[in-house]
Design a binder for this molecule. Structure first.
Ligand SMILES: C[S@@+](CC[C@H](N)C(=O)[O-])C[C@H]1O[C@@H](n2cnc3c(N)ncnc32)[C@H](O)[C@@H]1O
Length: 465
């Protein structure tokens, strides 16, 4: 992270917010002490709430001082055991009891992440400086962007979630207004970077500079996340990362050329779900709300209830009596509004586990496998339907092929850092036209074909696009 800064200023005024033991400050100081860095003095400011780690942080500051002394660079530091959000939001909002905010020209951060709800003190403090955000980490980054002087640089490691999703839109807008994005670094593996902490977040490192126009090119790099792993990097036009006319200001991260290619190909596809006459909805049975109506096994008066655990090799295998989930739901006046009439549906998992090869897992429900007049779809899955009824078979098969393709998987990985696939994401996706989908559907020999065969099928039929 320290290596990502462009040239450092000769007088470094550094802030490390949520400093922990000061590892990032130390890394930056090491970089500043390298021959030819041009750094003449450093003042480091660290904020850290945890009293237990403060002594270690103090020691790190002493180590920084010794390093700098050996290079003839004056080093001073201030360590505050204070809430960074409360303190800086107070200063930036001109709070009566606060002094003017300090300004910095270098910021480095691995901020804490935690959801902050609408009425929490953090949320209210951030709102006072015009920062509307639902997570501590975006609060930290937003404040750092405001505390930097013009041309000041920020390098931070955070979850990737701010890059998309409606909750982070106000954050993205204000961040991209203040800061020019120069570099994004992603990790190929979700586990590597934070293995020790058992955190399964997708993380990103970014470098941005205050007050400049967005650069024509942004460098996007990736590495496995293991120490010393090779880093591959490629430049992308800024307009490909944040599309010029996108009101939501999504930050697209083409992690490798496969992803960039997927995005290009999907942008050529002509259809939307709506134009195909297809709708996608989230399964309507919220099991804990209908607890009394659930049954472990089919019985008279019940209909099948389908969960993601019933997906198997591309089709639905029901009932699954050894599963922990119920297999059936009573069909009565109370439950009927949450049921759908039997038919051919395409089901997708909303959440995939990290072992799963693809982000999007689509499964075909054929009424000949699950015989019933009505069906319940549980809330952890999405279902594709035609105005509440089943789909035409060839269209359903075509959607099955397309949604299970590596192409769509790459698109999802580039587009979305989270492992959730919401109905909205599926609605926004571009689709081949009906004729192409039907041709793919007709050509599918059976649902459990290999990934390679399925991808070949897609390539063959998308050739014109
Ligand atoms: C993800 S850790 C990063 C530690 C360190 N920067 C590193 O990279 O090793 C975030 C740190 O922020 C601290 N922290 C959490 N909330 C804080 C707040 N409101 N103000 C200051 N520090 C806070 C935590 O105690 C924790 O040490």
């Amino acid at each position: 992270m320290a290596s990502l800064f462009d040239g450092l200023p000769s007088v470094v005024r550094l802030i490390d917010a949520g400093a922990g033991a000061g590892a990032l400050t130390l890394a930056l100081v090491r970089r500043a002490c390298m021959p030819g860095s041009g750094v003449e003095s450093i003042h480091a400011t660290a904020y850290e709430l945890d009293p237990l780690i403060i002594p270690v942080l103090q020691e790190t500051m002493e180590a920084c001082k010794s390093l700098c002394r050996a290079r003839g660079i004056p080093f001073t530091s201030s360590v505050y055991q204070t809430d960074f959000i409360e303190e800086m939001a107070g200063k930036l909002s001109g709070d009566l009891f606060s002094t003017a905010p300090p300004s910095f020209n270098v910021a480095i951060a691995n901020p804490p992440y935690k959801k902050i709800n609408t009425h929490s003190p953090e949320r209210l403090a951030l709102r006072r400086v015009g920062l509307e955000t639902s997570n501590l980490y975006t609060g930290f980054v937003g404040l750092l962007a405001r505390l930097l002087e013009d041309n000041g640089q920020l390098v931070a490691i955070t979850p990737r979630s701010f890059c998309n999703g409606p909750y982070f839109q106000p954050f993205r807008e204000s961040f991209l207004e203040l800061m020019a994005l120069q570099r994004l670094h992603v990790f190929d593996s979700r586990e590597a970077a934070f293995r020790g902490d058992s955190v399964l977040q997708e993380n990103i490192i970014f470098h941005a500079t205050k007050g400049r126009k967005q650069p024509p090119l942004v460098t996007v790099s990736s590495s496995s996340g293991e120490a010393e792993a090779t880093v591959t990097a490629k430049d992308f036009p800024f307009a490909e990362i944040v599309h010029p006319n996108d009101p939501e200001r999504f930050i697209h991260i083409p992690a490798d050329s496969g992803h960039a290619r997927a995005r290009d190909r999907l942008s050529e596809l002509p259809a939307t779900l709506a134009s195909l006459g297809v709708t996608v909805s989230t399964g309507r049975v919220v099991d804990f709300r209908l607890k009394d109506a659930l049954r472990p096994a089919p019985a008279p008066g019940t209909v099948p209830l389908l969960y993601p655990c019933h997906f198997n090799g591309g089709t639905v295998h029901w009932p699954k009596l050894d599963a922990r989930k119920p297999n059936a739901i009573l069909d009565n006046e109370e439950t009927r509004p949450w049921l759908v009439p039997s038919g051919i549906y395409l089901l997708t998992k909303r959440f995939t586990s990290k072992e799963e090869r693809r982000r999007l897992v689509a499964c075909l429900l054929d009424p000949s496998h699950v015989e019933a007049e009505w069906l319940g779809f549980e809330n952890h899955l999405n279902y594709f339907h035609a105005s509440g009824k089943g789909l035409e078979r060839t269209l359903a098969l075509g959607l099955f092929v397309y949604l299970n393709s590596t192409l769509v998987d790459h698109y999802f990985r580039c587009f979305s850092g989270h492992t959730q696939v919401n109905a909205t994401d599926l609605r926004k996706l571009a689709y081949p036209d009906r004729a192409t989908l039907e041709a793919m559907g007709k050509a599918l020999p059976r649902p459990d074909i290999s990934q390679e065969e399925l991808d070949q099928l897609v390539e063959l039929h998308l050739h014109g696009f």
